[in-house]
Ligand binder design. Structure first.
Ligand SMILES: Nc1ncnc2c1ncn2[C@@H]1O[C@H](COP(=O)(O)OP(=O)(O)O)[C@@H](O)[C@H]1O
Ligand SMILES: [Mg+2]
Length: 504
């Protein structure tokens, strides 16, 4: 597996983010936005609620309808019953039945039943219902049953006549009942649609007013601001409300103001940095010529010149070093590390050679590194990190306020699992307070004359680019200790297997 691509160019990433922001700010269609979604949601919710209400209401409508029929039949029945013992003429019976919409009327009184009128008596009955007391569930089940299967069935309905001990029973077709129920259902359905559309429209406009407009204002301001962040007119102005959106608006205003301030500072700093690097660049050239000329002073025989020439040379060297270091820091960011397996011993020996510790001084350079220890890192960059730390240690050991001997720099390294830990330790005076407070901060961490305060900052930048860590280790004894930890790159299992196969 290739190493994760850390080198994605920033402008590219920025463009994509900006594009995404732009496209997400495009106004959505009226019905695709939040208010549109809420509109549909309201319609669906109300229709659902209507369905739930529909079953009980159609059931009670059916009971009412049947009750009415029974009452009409009861009125006729009581009148006919009064004619006892004469039987109603056939013709009159037919008319009564037609008027009450029934096929037969039976009166139940004092424990006896009397068939009062009948015409075209049906041979069998498909269903019978007792309306004395109907539980809600039964009523709904019967209603559904009528709606689905009814229409051509013969039913028998029995019910008591109000406040009497008389009961009436009728036989009838359920066709009219079902028709009435269907009309009722259709009306309920149409009414539901009307109600839900009306409510949804209200919700739509309310949401638009309360939510969408303020949100559009917020996004609009963000869009304008990101297009031209320096324009003070693009800072969001809230309406002083107290709801969540108003709070969001106030936060946006604060953020935009803060951002404008930072941008202003940034551009000032950038201009300043440019000026400094220009001055620095010219200064380095001037110093380089001074260096060339003063090199020749060494050849002059004058004892006075002989005494001061080395000092002058050292000072100019330092000045050149200073300008070079600042310039290299100013030259944007470091390139991404090109990692490979580097033998740590060789690396540290190179550092030691580069340090060129004066054999006259009693500074000791100790290496405690396993002979075959390798670190997965960029050779050049890791060299600079260790060199910076060792040079600091050497400077501390040879500075005026270095303590009594022994003076020793110890570089040790070992591997713990997939991490290589490197420690640079010295027996110097320890980190001064000022340097501690601005540890790893560029230009601010220096506590020695002629220092730039860039060494540790650069070291940290390089270690972070390796995904590692660098830290000042608190130690009880005298001196300073820095620990670097460099993790290996993650390796895919397939690569690892391939490699171990090759090794076999
Ligand atoms: N090993 C050390 N012992 C004592 N002081 C140190 C040591 N390493 C760094 N420092 C302090 O930290 C400061 C910052 O170091 P650095 O970032 O390399 O900047 P510079 O060396 O240019 O001053 C130094 O000025 C020094 O005072
Ligand atoms: Mg330094």
């Amino acid at each position: 597996m290739p190493a994760p691509d850390q080198g994605q160019t920033v402008p590219e990433a920025l463009t994509t983010a900006a594009d995404a922001a732009q496209s997400s700010c495009r106004p959505v269609s009226m019905f695709g936005g939040i208010s549109g979604k809420l509109l549909w949601l309201t319609v669906v919710c109300i229709m659902l609620a209507e369905v739930l209400i529909f079953f009980p209401s159609v059931a009670s409508m059916r009971l009412r309808w049947l009750d009415e029929r029974l009452n009409a039949a009861a009125a006729a029945a009581i009148a006919i019953d009064g004619l006892q013992p004469v039987e109603l003429p056939r013709d009159l019976q037919r008319q009564t039945l037609e008027a009450t919409g029934t096929k037969a009327i039976v009166l139940r009184k004092d424990g006896t039943s009397r068939l009062l009128a009948t015409w075209d008596m049906p041979a069998s009955v498909d269903a019978q219902y007792d309306l004395t007391s109907v539980p809600a569930v039964t009523a709904m089940r019967d209603a559904l049953d009528t709606l689905v299967f009814g229409g051509d069935r013969m039913i028998r309905v029995y019910g008591p006549v109000q406040d009497t001990n008389i009961g009436v029973e009728v036989l009838m077709k359920d066709k009219h009942l079902r028709n009435a129920m269907l009309i009722y259902s259709r009306n309920v359905f149409l009414l539901s649609i009307l109600i839900s559309l009306f409510t949804a429209t209200l919700v739509f406009f309310a949401i638009n007013r309360i939510l969408i407009r303020p949100i559009r204002r917020l996004t609009g301001s963000m869009q304008q601001f990101s297009a031209d962040p320096e324009n003070p007119q693009h800072v969001f102005v809230g309406d002083g409300g107290r709801d969540e959106l108003a709070i969001a608006g106030r936060h946006l205003t604060a953020m935009q103001l803060q951002l404008q301030k930072t941008l202003k500072q940034q551009s000032n700093l950038a201009a300043l940095g440019l000026a400094v690097s220009k001055i620095n660049h010219d200064m380095r050239n001037i110093l380089a010529s001074a260096q060339l000329m003063s090199d020749r002073l060494v050849d002059v025989d004058d004892p006075m010149v002989k005494r001061f020439a080395p000092k002058l040379l050292r000072t100019i060297d330092r000045a050149v070093g200073y300008t070079t270091e600042v310039l290299s820091y100013g030259q944007a960011s470091e390139s991404a590390p090109r990692r490979r397996l580097v033998p740590v011993t060789t690396l540290v020996e190179d550092v030691r050679d580069m340090l060129a510790i004066d054999p006259q001084s009693d500074v000791e350079f100790v290496e405690q590194i396993g002979a075959d220890l390798e670190v997965d890192a960029d050779n050049e960059q890791l060299f600079r990190v260790i060199h910076n730390l060792c040079r600091n240690a050497l400077q501390a050991l040879t500075s005026g306020n270095a303590g009594a001997s022994p003076r020793r720099i110890t570089v040790s390294a070992h591997r713990i699992g997939s991490v290589v830990s490197i420690t640079v330790d010295d027996t110097g005076p320890g980190m001064p307070q000022k340097a501690r407070q601005n540890l790893f901060a560029a230009f601010r961490g220096s506590a020695r004359s002629g220092g730039t305060g860039l060494g540790l900052a650069i070291a940290r930048e390089l270690v972070l680019a390796h995904g590692g860590t660098i830290a000042l280790v608190e130690k009880p004894s005298i001196g300073t200790q820095f620990r670097i930890e460099i993790p290996d790159r993650p390796v895919s299992l397939d690569d690892y297997r391939g490699r171990s196969l090759l090794e076999k």
